[in-house]
Design a protein around this ligand. Sequence first.
Ligand code: AFP
Length: 298
Amino acid sequence: MTETDPIVEAIFDAVAATAPEIRAALPGRRVESGTDNPSGESVLAGDLYADELLADALTAVDGVGSFVSEERAAAVDAGAAVGSDGEGAYAVAIDPLDGSSNLRSNNAMGTVVGVYDAPLPATGRDLVAAGYVLYGPITTMIVADADGVREEVVTEAEGGSVDRSVVEEDLTLPDDPLVYGFGGRVPDWPDAFTAFAREIEDELKLRYGGAMVGDVNQVLTYGGVFAYPALNSAPEGKLRLSFEANPIAYIVERAGGAATDGDTDILDVEPEGVHDRVPLYVGNEGLIERLEDALAGD
Ligand code: AFP
């Protein structure tokens, strides 16, 4: 068991501390904010609220040098030039409310967190930890670091303090895959992906809820594959490398799975900009190998 990095622990303490407040604020923030994010997507009031709360919480953590959000054009300088280990401070990248379009339909959504030890844009190899909060029937948090992947239940204790209780110490993908979830519209899938999807439909059960964190949590829990693929209309896919694909790839690979953009390990994808999009395919290694062969035309 490696020594848990105190800055990483403080970062996930700060993320957990905001969870009850974000969850409580959602009912009143299901409306459009009237603004778009740097990716050109319309932003809900819930996105902005979560972004502000997390920015305040994370920039206050000693050892966090910058805060970058899917909802912001540029990084926010957090001032901490040096971390507790005397090295450079961490850059924390978040998707404050992933799956926010599920807010109106009252379905799962969450917050995605990547902790990089390099300024963004950085590759996933610069991640030292990653995780996500999942607002489902209960609030859970997945935390992945050098030590592995753990699942925690986040609850608000008496007096407003927040409790993180580990419910799964060493989370790994089950060997026998059970579920799949593929984003985008079927007619917009390239032929090679469609052929792969037809095979998978015969083998696994469909679980697609429209929020990456919820769909990936199904794969972590039951084994299988999640994809937001390259589309005919959008060869780069939809998900952002820095805020969604890298953290999810880090988590799934630490849990014994694999993550690719179709031919390269997601963690090796070299970004040009902080808001780059990338096709994302994650899950059991055997399924990802089959997918890469299918996309390569093997
Ligand atoms: P929103 O945050 O706009 O709801 O988008 C969620 C997301 O980025 C990711 O969480 C989902 O996997 C994907 O988009 C769903 O996209 P579709 O709505 O095209 O299925």
